[in-house]
Design a protein around this ligand. Structure first.
Ligand SMILES: NC(=O)c1ccc[n+]([C@@H]2O[C@H](COP(=O)([O-])OP(=O)(O)OC[C@H]3O[C@@H](n4cnc5c(N)ncnc54)[C@H](O)[C@@H]3O)[C@@H](O)[C@H]2O)c1
Length: 273
């Protein structure tokens, strides 16, 4: 295994986000949990929000036991009422929220033939509108933060490249990328940076096959196209920590002059064909 492929732990935390409140949606598991953990290790007070309350609470218990500051929150990013209630509760308890990481989403595999427009709209409502809904509701709280104002959106390479049976998911993720650039234009004057990460193939529950028979990374399809032909240049699917580091970067002071950008974190898939 080359050094680039070695599994490495994130560097020792230096409390560089100390004094900042960070909302992470979809923090119950997978990439969101890794981002919440990283931001907590860096000293942020983390609000780990998820539609699934139990794993978010379990994560918060782990984080607080490890000395981080965190709380769990129950939210459905597809619901105006639920998101408004969360923003209201954060306003009451913290008065501000410097960092918003929009990570929650659902995977959807629907072939175009037979796709119902209502189904498409349901996926857009969560995967695209969810990020916009949360950002709108939290904007006054981001503006209320004195420093380190950030929005980070988790998009996908499927928002940039095509993939089969993915019209609702791909369109939503493309929308998240466009939202990122357009919001960066509107919010630059307020010192709010807005950036996106487009992950490639990451080893989370989202990558499990819909019929529960296994994992897409173990299928012949994946092994042939992505591994045999070297389409993942770094030779392995990603793991959630591979995304948490870049997400932390966008949240950090080091990224203070970076806005409207989309960083592809995909082991090199998009660099080749
Ligand atoms: N895993 C991948 O290969 C991959 C690739 C590209 C992009 N992404 C993106 O990364 C993000 C995280 O994905 P993951 O792989 O960790 O997925 P995951 O399914 O493991 O986790 C998603 C989390 O979001 C939560 N969630 C779902 N709907 C919600 C809602 N309406 N309101 C609040 N929370 C909700 C789930 O409960 C879950 O905890 C998503 O935006 C996904 O589209 C993942």
């Amino acid at each position: 295994m080359t050094e680039a492929n070695a599994e490495v732990s994130p560097p020792a935390a230096a409390q560089r986000l100390s004094g900042r409140t960070a909302l992470v949606t979809g923090a119950g598991r997978g990439i969101g949990a890794a981002i919440a953990t990283r931001l907590g290790r860096e000293g942020a007070h983390v609000i780990a929000a998820d539609i699934d309350a139990e794993p978010a609470e379990a994560l918060v218990a782990e984080l607080t036991q490890a000395g981080a500051s965190a709380e769990a929150a129950n939210v459905d990013i597809g619901s105006n009422e639920s998101v408004a209630a969360l923003a209201d509760s954060v306003k009451q308890s913290h008065g501000e929220c410097a960092i918003v990481v929009n990570c929650a989403a659902i995977l959807d595999m629907t072939p175009m033939t037979g796709m119902a427009l209502d189904h498409y709209r349901d996926v857009i409502n969560i995967n695209q509108d969810g990020a916009i809904r949360v950002s709108l509701a939290f904007l006054p709280l981001i503006k209320a933060a004195k420093t380190g104002r950030r929005i980070v959106n988790i998009a996908s390479i499927i928002g940039i490249r095509g993939a089969r049976e993915c019209i609702p998911y791909a369109t939503a993720k493309g929308g998240v990328i466009s939202f990122t650039r357009a919001a960066a234009c509107d919010l630059g004057a307020d010192g709010i940076t807005v950036n996106a990460i487009a992950p490639g193939f990451i080893d989370t529950r989202m990558a499990h096959l819909p019929d529960g028979s296994g994992h897409e990374h173990q299928t012949d399809w994946f092994q042939d196209i992505y591994m045999k032909y070297g389409r993942i240049l770094l030779g392995r699917p990603g793991n959630p920590d591979d995304i948490a580091g870049p997400a932390y970067f966008f949240c950090s002071d080091d990224a203070r002059y970076v806005t409207g950008q989309v960083l592809l974190v995909d082991g090199g898939v998009s660099a080749t064909f």
